[in-house]
Design a protein around this ligand. Structure first.
Ligand code: PNW
Length: 484
């Protein structure tokens, strides 16, 4: 069955720092990505940054017409916290920022496209980082104030909200490995503190919406969690099966278990392992913070739907020396899993992204079983190349992943309600700059006008949204030859 269910939603995603540009225009304040890219330009590949990016701040009408021409139902974009609140705090609301998002939302709705709005896609106000950033629980209050403002300003027209995008990534890479802004390298400690604040900030924003806005605005609020699929390296070995399950719990479970499980709180296996390692390091308590019973109750059930970003899979086997138990503090050692890629899996422009469609289906089934089959939206899924128009790698990827998504719906009974692809445009791919590109439209980043050109996958999506059915390979080829 290649048909998508009645009411299934198609869309595409972007994030403010990756597409907007205008980094200091019309009163916008400085974010941690502005600071990190400017203070150490060589840090990002090609010394690139998001100062101009796709210039969507000025070209949003053109973006909306591209979305319209593909026939998407929704557009997922993020609000730049510092465009609305330059210092991160109420007291200084930037009128130009309010105007920009009002204009974007109006433009979308005038073309029949519904906005899906992410409040936080990694661009923390630098002023809040100066207070310690996400590892400091004071950020909860600032985030709730910001969310309150956004609900009040835009909630009459925005009916689907995402509080945070991928806390696993921005905590793990921003405060753990130091790979992303704000480049804090305190793995196994500050990443867990960040995650704790993130869960509380999300839950408080969710409860605020329910209490103050839901009756009148009738919108829904969720959080976007990302997960790869972990497949046991040796299919018959119990050790590898346990390693794969542990990786799944430490990554998706870290955030999903407190919100979507029956019991709430962190996954038991995660609490136990971090405690054991912490004590082995001579500490008197776990590096993983503790939720009070009130916190557990606050966070449990704090989502109206499950939003999932998924890209690829890993093979899992236990980390041979089980490093954490030897006293080196790191989140990787807490997980204790060696992650590899099967060399047979087709590759992309980045090492971590291989085309493994069946992993998507297994992950969807895992979510169904762990969390009671929640209504689920895929909020990101996509493929990286060098920006070519004849994007066969992306087409193969999308055909494969959408086929497995259909299997998950029709054969496994997963309650998947929508699919948003990453991304509308080639854009600033974080520390990979403009060398690794995920768009269905190419952008010429050397031309000040930043012209957009549809890739072949844009045609494929056009066909998808008009037929609501996944074409066969032959139908796809025919459609590409005729240009719809
Ligand atoms: C997502 N991984 O991040 C982000 O939400 C986007 O902003 C980003 O552009 C997109 O994926 C493509 O990278 C991820 O290594 C980055 O597993 C890397 C991973 C997962 C998610």
């Amino acid at each position: 069955n290649r048909t998508f269910p009645e009411g299934f939603i198609f869309g595409c995603s972007t994030a403010a720092y990756q597409v907007e540009g205008a980094w200091n225009e019309s009163g916008k304040g400085e974010s941690i990505w502005d600071r990190a890219t400017h203070s150490d330009p060589g840090w990002v590949r090609g010394a690139d940054n998001g100062d101009v990016a796709c210039d969507s701040y000025h070209k949003y009408k053109e973006d909306v017409s591209l979305i319209k021409s593909i026939g998407f139902d929704v557009y997922r974009f993020s609000i730049s916290w510092t465009r609305l609140l330059p210092d991160g705090a109420l007291g200084n609301v930037n009128k130009a920022g309010v105007d920009y998002y009002n204009n974007l939302i109006t433009e979308l709705l005038s073309k029949g496209i519904r906005p899906v709005v992410t409040l936080y896609h990694w661009d923390l106000p630098q002023a809040l980082q100066d207070m310690g950033g996400w590892p400091n629980p004071v950020i909860v209050d600032y985030f709730v104030d910001y969310a309150d403002l956004a609900f009040r300003l835009f909630g009459d027209r925005v009916k689907m909200w995402i509080t945070l995008n991928e806390p696993l990534e921005y905590c793990g890479e921003g405060y753990g490995t130091g790979h992303n802004a704000p480049r804090v390298n305190l793995t196994g400690a500050a990443d867990y503190l960040c995650g704790h604040t993130a869960l509380l900030a999300h839950a408080r924003a969710y409860r605020l919406y329910r209490d103050k806005y839901a009756d009148e605005q009738k919108g829904r609020v969720g959080i976007t969690l990302n997960s790869e699929w972990y497949e046991p390296k040796n299919a018959t070995g119990e050790e590898d099966r346990l390693a794969a399950e542990r990786a799944q719990q430490f990554e998706l479970g870290w955030f999903a278990h407190p919100i979507f499980s029956e019991t709430g709180d962190y996954p038991p296996a995660m609490k136990e392992r971090v405690m054991v390692n912490s004590l082995a390091e001579g500490r008197s308590r776990s590096r993983l913070p503790t939720f009070t019973p009130e916190d557990v109750a606050l966070v449990k059930g704090s989502a109206d739907f499950f939003a999932l970003n998924h890209y690829s899979s890993y093979l899992a086997t236990p980390q041979p020396d089980d490093g954490g138990r030897r006293g080196v503090t790191s989140r990787d050692n807490d997980i204790g899993v060696l992650k590899t890629k099967d060399p047979k899996w087709p590759g992309s422009a980045v090492y971590w992204l291989k085309t493994v469609p069946w992993g998507f289906r297994k992950l969807l089934v895992w979510v169904r079983d762990q969390y009671g089959n929640p209504p689920l939206y895929v909020t990101e899924n996509g493929f990286a190349d060098r920006g070519e128009i004849h994007d066969t790698g992306r087409q193969e990827y999308l055909m494969g992943y959408l086929e497995e998504l259909l299997n998950a719906i029709h054969a496994d009974g997963c309650d998947v309600r929508g699919y948003m692809t990453w991304s509308l445009l080639d854009n600033f791919e974080w520390t990979d700059g403009y060398q690794v590109l995920f768009g269905m439209h190419a952008v010429n980043f050397t031309d000040p006008a930043r012209p957009r050109t549809p890739k072949e996958s844009a045609t494929l999506f056009k066909q998808l949204t008009s037929t609501r059915r996944l074409p066969t390979t032959e139908e796809k080829e025919m459609c590409l030859r005729s240009g719809i």
